[in-house]
Structures are given as C-alpha cells and as structure tokens.
Design a protein around this ligand. Structure first.
Ligand code: GLN
Ligand code: ZN
Length: 749
C-alpha cells in the first residue's frame, strides 16, 4: 500500500482569538506600536505552522499570512507602487494603499474569485517600473524553515493571476516581460534557501481565456502562450514548481495546463469537473497530482464513501498527493471548540484543524492503516428532518409567484413622491462600542428585553433625528439591532446554526462569522417589523424596511451540502416574502432587499453562469414579487463590477438599485447607460470603506458625472454602502457634505 504525502496551500492567519484584528486596530488608533503589531502577527503565523506540522502535514504552504491582504503584499514585493503612495514608506504605505489616507484614496477592493474574501486590486500605470523587494518574504520562509524544516513550502502568487487581476494601463505582455525576471530572481533565492518546491498559486488559470469580459485588460494577448512562456522561464530556475489552481476545474485549458513545465499540480476536485477532465484527457507521466479533495471552502466533514473511491481510481492514473482544494483561510480554525452546538451537528463539521486531520485520515485509510468512519452523517440525518409544509409550498410555486402584478412604468406613479435626487443611505449607521455593548449585554442576559429594546430605540430615535435634521428624503432606522446583516436574519430563521469562534477574514481587519445552514429554513416570527415601526413612529418621512436578500444570506453562510443551493435560496426567499408582507401591513412604503453578494456567487464557466443567474434572480423575485405596486422595492449591491450581469440586474425588477461605485471609477454607470437601464439608480457618491471625509466639490463632481450617464429622474444620492464601520464623527460631516452638494445641484436646476 502506498503512503501518500499530504499538503496544505494556505492557512487561517487572523489568530484563533482574532489577535491580529486587535493589534491592527490598536495600531491604527495609535494605541500600540509597530513592534507589538509585528510580534503578534508572527506569533499567529507561527502558531498556524505548528498546528499543521503537529497534525503531520508533509508540505506546509507558508508565506501567505498577511497584515491586510496577500495580493497587496505581492504588489509591494514587486514594487508596483502607484505614484500617489510613492512618498510613503513601510507600514504607513501599506496601510495607505489598503485604507487610504487624507487626500490619497486607497486601492480598489474587490472579491477574490467567488469567495467572500476581498483583495486590493493592483494598479499598474504606464510608467510603473517594478522593483523587487523580497527580503521580508525570504525572511518569512527562513523562519518557517527553522520551525518546519523540509516541510516549509513557500506560497507565491503567480504572475498570470497577479496581472489578470490587476488594473493595467500597460499591455499585459509588456508587464509580464518585466515581472518574469523578478520572479526568477525570487525562485533562485528560494532555491538557495533549500526549499523542496515552491507553490505557484495561479487561480486565474480557471478563468476561461475569453469567457469573462474583463475591462481591466487592455491587451491580454494570448493567455495560453503567455502562460507557457512564463512557466518556461520560471522552470528554468530548477526549483520544482507545484502549480496550485483552486476554485474550479481548468475547463478546456486542462490539456495544456497539465502539460506546463512544472513538477506537479494541485487541482480542485470539490468544484467543477476535474475528475472527468482527468479521466478524459489523462495525466502526464511523472507529474505529481496533488488532489484537492478536502474542501477548503465548506465546513462539512468529508464523505469517505464518496472521496475514497475517487482517490483509489486516481491512484492508477497519476502520482498522487493528498491536498486541500484551496487555502484554508476561508474556513474558521476549529470545529472542536464549538461545544455549544448540538452533538450530531458538531459531529459532521470540519474546519481548518479538522481538515488537516482529514488529510491524515485519508492517507491512513488509503494505506490500510485506518478505517474511515462516515457514521456521524447517519446521526446527523436523523437529527434534521424535512419541514413538510415548506416543501409543499415550494412544490406548488407557479410562474405568477415570481412576478409583480404590474411593470415598473405602471408601479412608479403609485409609489412615494420624492424631490429630485432623493437623498438616502444604505441602511446601517455607526456600530459604536456602545451599540455593540448593548447587544452583548442583552445576549449575556445582563439586560432585560425591555431595557435592551429601549436602548436600541434610543439609537433609532437619534438616527432618525439626525436624518431629519440633515434633510434626508428616505430614512433608515440604522440597523443597531444587527451585529451582521446575515447573522441577524439567520438568528430569527430556523435551519441555521451559529458558531462561537468561527471567524473568517472578509477584508483587512474585518472578520465575519458565517452562520451554518444545516436544515430547512422557515420564519417562525417577523424579523424586522418592530424596529421599522419604531423608526417610522418618529418621522413623517418614509422609512425603508431593510432586509438582506435570499442570495446574500445563502452566499454569506456556509450552505448545507445535501440540497442544491437553488432550493435553499427559494426557502429563504419565501421567508423574506412573508416578512415583506408583514412590513407592508405595518405601513412600509419602501423596502430595501440587499443583495451585495449576488455577483460573487457567479460561476466562472459560461455554461454554469446562466443557470446560476436564473435561480439567483428568481430567488430575489420570489422574495419581492408579492409586494404591492405602491411599495417601492430597493436593492443594494457592492464589492463588484456589474457590467457583465446587467441583464440579470435588470431582471431583478427592483424599482431602485443602489450600487457601490466610488472605488470602481464609473465603469458601472457607463455600463448601465450603454445597457439602457431604465429604472432608478443610486450610485455611491463616496467610499465608506475609507476614513477620508469627502468635500462638497468631490461629491458635486461625482453627481455631474452620474448625470452624464443617467437621466435626472433616475438618480438617487447615497453613500457607497452602509455606514456601520464608520464613526459618527466621520458620518456626520460626510452626510452633511452630501446633502449640501445635492442642495446646490437642486438649486442649479
Ligand atoms: N443595509 C446594509 C448596511 O447598510 C448593506 C450592507 C452591504 O451592502 N454590505 O449595512
Ligand atoms: Zn454595500
């Protein structure tokens, strides 16, 4: 029996106790120094290495831990510093690029493939000259070697992915030619350190060569020949390359990708059709196949009955190694800590640490030294029966359930009348320490429900007062009762479980704790009606009912693995549909259903995209189509470019859509105009992710640009996203400026 080697390709690096968040935020506030920050960062990184070593992993990916974002780290290592940050140095520069500083906007931030992680988009202008600075990285690798010896394998973000994700003003080809000498220099240095191989992470190789229109690439040339040329250059160094391609199968590129001059490839077997491609196209003799069978994206225990036969069949095809499908940074540290969860559920959970043990257990089972145990799954199924009434309701849905009674033109005159350029916000107001403490004390049982509600209501009253005094047109209650826009709803619905320590990084120091959907979803009680009513009782202006959409709840949760995502989305949609009916009964005239995560669930391959968009949009329509014509349905989207999904956005049939825009130039607006989008749009007028407060001219300039693309009657004015991450000291002046700009514009007309 063969004893296979095991490998990882990245590990959580936020700290089991979220140590990194604490020191980062302390450092930004000036409460602690760079040494403390770096010491904690290294402790967290090293703890991750040791966990992997102690689990018995043979090849441990290192160098992926980051203070803010790994793509930003490579931007810095390759010395591709946009001009506006040139005068800054060290940590100051790093955090300026990540978060912006007075007068210097941050890099754009966007989704990392279809994960809920956000990276900072490299910006490469015509006159940028890359200048390598690998000292810090090499230092990390050397530190890892001291602890892990031969097991330490450096993780390098490959040039094809780096450039494909960058915003390029120069041609891809020219830039690649400039980067390759830097990469070969790095590989030579790594070889000199004596590492057994290098992991070259190239997730961009899953992207179809032409399938995704990518406005960022002025001249992408021929991706295949560029990749072949790049890999030939890198291979010439003589350091074995493990080409790591997570998140999907390699599709039609599979044959030439596996023929690249590398020692081995790590492929994702948890998504797409990798196994079929492999059987159909074969595997090159002598190349290692690190089979990513342990899913780095979900939290579920592996089904041995499914995976072991696959691995046994691969054994005859290729020289195998056992791997996770992608970096484990997308799952929390340890399911064993979640002692508050019911045992049958905990028995089928596997987070990062459990996944390490799964690799070892797979190895031992295949070697005949252990027997895989799938029995926890049987216990789990007995614990989670189906909801018969819900299944019946889903089974009887008809086409009419997915369409509003009238089209937009018929609905609009029946909806609220508002001044030109209506002023609104996206929903949340500052989640201050006081607000968080209020919720925490209630959760711990230190506050009665009445006292807690009085506390929340006071914040609602204050926030309504602020919006009234600023002269906003459509008000929000501020979302003070919500720790998170998904968790809040998940807590009110059935079928969700919550972890105590299950944090994963969303971006920078922002971590989320996605709920786990493990059973049928129903809505036992109204979820948002009380807070809406309280807010509306303080004002005559319309208050928006505020809901998180079905697709976003799904995409930002860890979904159950035994039902198609479409089914779960429809279950969520029905719950929201009932909530909208309750909000209408309570007097809501405007209801916003946020879908910031709609775009990110999009599959990479063209043939799977259409199917996703169909059910995702259907889920939104199922949630909202029951609304009366007089009810104005809003939606909000962020963190992505929308140019390629406009038909889907249109088919949402929302009356008003607010879009993140400030950090993505005006691409989205241009696309909307070209598309001929006819309903109302609120493109964000300033970036709420940055602490920089805009001035009036900046906002007026934005509004003038919007008017070039869209008709005045279509335009709403709002920030980019919710204000929960900001302080009142930032929000008040920013909103004041926003209102002043609109008043000036209205006066001009
Ligand atoms: N209504 C939410 C808020 O304002 C929307 C957040 C989001 O788009 N991510 O916080
Ligand atoms: Zn948003």
């Amino acid at each position: 029996m063969t004893v296979y080697k095991t490998q990882t390709v990245g590990y959580p690096h936020i700290g089991r106790e979220r140590e990194l968040k604490r020191v980062l935020e302390g450092y930004w506030k000036g409460a602690l120094d760079a040494e403390t920050l770096m010491a904690t960062f290294r402790q967290v990184e090293e703890a991750g290495w040791l966990t992997q070593r102690d689990a018995g992993i043979d090849y441990i990916g290192v160098g992926d831990a980051t203070l803010y974002d790994a793509v930003l780290d490579w931007t810095l290592r390759l010395g591709l510093i946009p001009e506006r940050f040139a005068a800054l140095k060290g940590l100051e520069r790093l955090f300026a690029m990540a978060r912006g500083v007075e007068g210097i906007p941050a890099l754009e931030m966007t989704k990392w493939f279809d994960t809920n992680y956000h990276y900072l988009v490299p910006e490469i202008a015509t006159d940028t000259q890359p200048v390598a600075d690998f000292a810090g990285f090499l230092d990390t690798v050397a530190r890892a070697q001291a602890l892990l010896g031969e097991r330490a394998v450096p993780i390098v973000l490959g040039p094809m992915t780096f450039l494909r994700l960058a915003r390029l003003e120069v041609s891809f080809d020219v830039m690649l030619q400039q980067l390759l000498p830097l990469y070969t220099e790095l590989f030579a240095a790594l070889k000199a350190l004596g590492v057994p191989e290098v992991q070259l992470h190239e997730p961009a190789l899953i992207l179809p060569d032409s399938g995704i229109p990518d406005s960022r690439i002025p001249d992408s040339g021929d991706f295949r020949s560029q990749t072949e040329m790049a890999l030939a250059a890198l291979a010439s160094v003589g350091l074995p390359i493990n080409l790591v391609i997570p998140f999907d199968d390699a599709g039609e590129s599979f044959p030439w990708i596996v023929a690249l001059p590398v020692a081995g490839l790590t492929l994702d077997f948890t998504r797409g059709e990798t196994i079929t491609l492999l059987e159909r196209c074969g595997w090159p003799v002598g190349k290692v196949l690190a089979a990513g069978m342990v899913d780095g994206r979900n939290v579920w225990r592996l089904h041995g009955a499914e995976v072991l036969p696959q691995l046994r069949s691969l054994n005859s095809l290729a020289s195998l190694r056992l791997s996770v499908s992608c970096s484990l940074q997308h799952v929390p540290y340890s399911a064993a800590r979640e002692t508050a969860l019911p045992a049958p559920l905990r028995g089928v959970l596997a987070f990062a640490e459990e996944k390490l043990h799964e690799l070892i257990a797979l190895r031992d089972t295949l070697a005949g030294a252990a027997v895989w145990d799938d029995s926890p799954w049987a216990d789990f199924r007995a614990f989670t029966p189906e909801d018969a009434a819900l299944r019946a309701r889903l089974g009887s849905l008809a086409a009419g359930d997915f369409s509003r009674t009238e089209g937009y033109a018929g609905r609009r005159p029946q909806q609220v009348a508002l001044p030109a350029f209506p002023l609104t916000t996206i929903g949340s107001f500052p989640q201050t320490a006081a607000v968080r403490q209020l919720r925490a004390r209630f959760k711990r049982g230190e506050l009665s429900e009445a006292a807690y509600r009085a506390g929340v209501d006071a914040w609602i009253a204050y926030t309504i007062g602020v919006q009234e005094s600023l002269d906003f047109d459509v008000l929000v209650h501020g979302e003070f009762e919500r720790s998170d826009m998904v968790e809040y709803f998940a807590e009110k619905l059935t079928g969700f479980a919550f972890t105590q320590h299950g944090w994963v990084q969303s971006f920078g120091s922002r971590y989320v704790r996605p709920p786990i959907i493990y059973a049928d979803v129903t809505r036992p009680v109204p979820m948002t009606v009380r807070e809406f009513q309280v807010a509306q009782s303080f004002t005559h202006k319309p208050v928006k009912g505020m809901l998180t959409g079905p697709v976003t709840i799904l995409n930002w949760s860890f979904p159950r693995a035994d039902l198609p995502r479409r089914e779960v989305a429809f279950q969520l949609a029905l719950a929201l549909r009932d909530e909208i009916a309750d909000l209408e009964r309570a007097g809501a005239r405007i209801i916003q259903v946020d879908e910031p995560a709609l775009r990110e669930g999009l599959p990479f391959k063209a043939d799977r995209r259409a199917a996703y968009l169909t059910w995702a949009v259907d889920a939104f329509r199922l949630a909202t189509a029951g609304a009366a014509s007089a009810t104005q349905i809003h939606t909000h989207m962020c963190y992505a470019e929308f140019g390629d999904v406009l038909p889907a956005i249109d088919r949402l049939d929302a009356d008003v859509i607010s879009l993140e825009n400030a950090r993505s130039d005006d691409e989205t607006l241009r696309a909307l105009a070209e598309y001929g989008y006819a309903r109302e749009v609120g493109p964000g007028v300033y970036d709420i992710h940055s602490p920089v407060i805009p001035d009036k001219d900046f906002i007026l300039e934005k509004l003038r640009t919007f008017r070039l693309h869209l008709a005045d009657v279509q335009l709403w004015v709002n920030p980019d996203c919710g204000l929960k991450t900001r302080a009142w000291e930032e929000v008040l002046p920013a909103l004041r400026v926003m209102v002043a700009a609109v008043q000036e514009l209205r006066a001009e007309l």
